[in-house]
Design a binder for this molecule. Structure first.
Ligand code: NAD
Ligand code: MG
Length: 399
């Protein structure tokens, strides 16, 4: 029996890699549904290529255009619209596996819908766990959902953990989780030079090709901060037992340290098709189209400590995790606002952590036990962060 897969965020970077792996194994996977935000042209092209039964478009205003394109291509793909359409797609009875690859807070509710429908969930959308870790993991446990991490670091940790890690790290002899970080494009930049970096420089990641938001997060090290929070919830590791190590070659994707002194690592070329194929086939292994790792060519693996002074976003993420409750949702929302302003409207790169820190300080924290609370704090944090942009020197780019 072929497994039915739905890809939330099919038009993105993870979406493309997932479709690439699925297309290599047509006997194993059937593409049931694809979603996009508003890129109708790309979504229609993907429908022509992969022939899903359903296509979901978050931006309802563009749905007629999608319907017209699909009809013109002779496809009878059913169109679902709006955030509700995305949630329906994730819960379809023909769907066995959901790839959660929407970027940002918009991914939370569709991913949660997949969990609530008992699907096997492949989680790329780390923001879901950052915003709503406790309630997300509670739903996963209550519904007996198989949750497989796609983020390369967490997928590596998953591969290095003993299979029964959910018995508790002490019971299985795990002492520490070590997350590797490439350090991003500004690993060696001086604090002063960071003030003038452009979106193009920030998005030119040395090792990975990714969407623009996560590329900026990698440059500020907020991505690693979000990943520390993600690891905390996925593996139930306390913050003091999660260590970040800068490893510029991005060949070791992360490590698990055991009480007997053993340290297990997962290595591979930096290509997201490896963790995607791992999760798609788990517990089996399938070919992913990734070039084999040539250690002689890699020649050396370097490591250094992460610098929380030049990269305050990493510190802010640890602080929000320690504060708990809604603080990590506030961190995430303020970061999304600041990153979007950096990309589109000329907010200085170094103002990103300032906007986040001031928003966290202004809003404080509260218990985050239900979705309504998380959504309300996300909205408040966005409003507050937006109100700070002008003071931090937002200016529109002039052509
Ligand atoms: P991307 O920007 O390339 O693609 C994002 C996708 O989300 C697109 O399909 C877009 O249409 C959709 N989307 C955006 N806003 C939406 C909205 N409001 N409603 C519905 N859909 C919306 O991003 P990406 O690099 O593929 O990253 C996706 C997720 O995977 C992120 O959470 C990111 O942190 C995580 N991730 C990505 C990588 C990577 O290598 N790209 C690695 C690890 C984790
Ligand atoms: Mg990662």
């Amino acid at each position: 029996m072929r497994e039915g897969i739905a890809i939330l965020g099919a038009t993105g970077s993870i979406g493309a890699s997932t479709l690439d792996v699925a297309a290599r194994h047509p006997e194993r996977f059937r593409v049931v549904g694809l979603s996009a935000h508003r890129d109708v042209e790309r979504l229609a092209a993907l429908c022509e290529q992969h022939r899903p039964d359903y296509a979901a478009l978050a931006d309802a205003t563009r749905a007629p255009e999608l319907e017209a394109r699909l009809a013109a291509a002779g496809l009878d793909t059913r169109v679902m619209v709006g955030p509700q359409g995305l949630m329906e797609l994730a819960a379809l009875s023909e769907v066995d596996v959901v790839m959660a690859a929407i970027v940002g807070a918009a991914g939370l509710q569709p991913t949660l819908a997949a969990v609530r429908a008992g699907k096997r969930v492949l989680l790329a959308n780390k923001e879901s766990l950052v915003m709503a870790g406790p309630l997300f993991m509670r739903e996963v446990r209550e519904r007996g959902v198989t949750l497989l991490p796609i983020d390369s670091e967490h997928n590596a940790v998953f591969q290095c953990m003993p299979p029964d890690f959910d018995r508790g790290l002490d019971s299985v002899g795990v002492s520490k989780v070590l997350l590797t970080a490439s350090g991003g494009p500004f690993r060696e930049a001086t604090a002063d030079s960071l003030k003038a970096v452009t979106p193009e420089q920030a998005c030119a990641h040395p090792n990975w090709s990714m969407g623009r938001k996560i590329s900026v997060d990698s440059a500020t090290l907020m991505n690693k901060g979000l990943e520390v929070i993600e690891a905390h919830w996925l593996f139930d590791v306390p913050p003091e037992r999660i260590e970040v190590v800068v490893h510029p070659q991005s060949v070791i994707h992360s490590l698990v340290a055991y009480t007997d002194g053993s340290v297990l690592a997962q290595l591979g070329n930096p290509d997201m098709r490896t963790p995607i194929a791992h999760a798609m086939a788990w517990p089996e292994r399938i070919e992913a189209g990734v070039a084999p790792l040539d250690l002689v060519e890699v020649a050396r693996l370097d490591f250094q400590a992460a610098d929380k002074v030049r990269f305050p976003c990493l510190r802010l993420a640890y602080e929000a995790m320690e504060a708990g409750g809604t603080a990590t949702a506030v961190l995430n929302a303020a970061n999304e606002v600041a990153v979007a302003a950096f990309l589109d409207e000329g907010l200085a790169f170094t103002a990103i952590p300032l906007v986040i820190e001031e928003t966290l300080a202004a809003l404080g924290t509260a218990p985050a036990d239900d979705l309504e609370t998380v959504v309300a704090w996300d909205r408040q944090a966005r409003e507050h962060a937006t109100s700070l942009l002008a003071r931090h020197g937002r200016r529109r780019h002039t052509a």
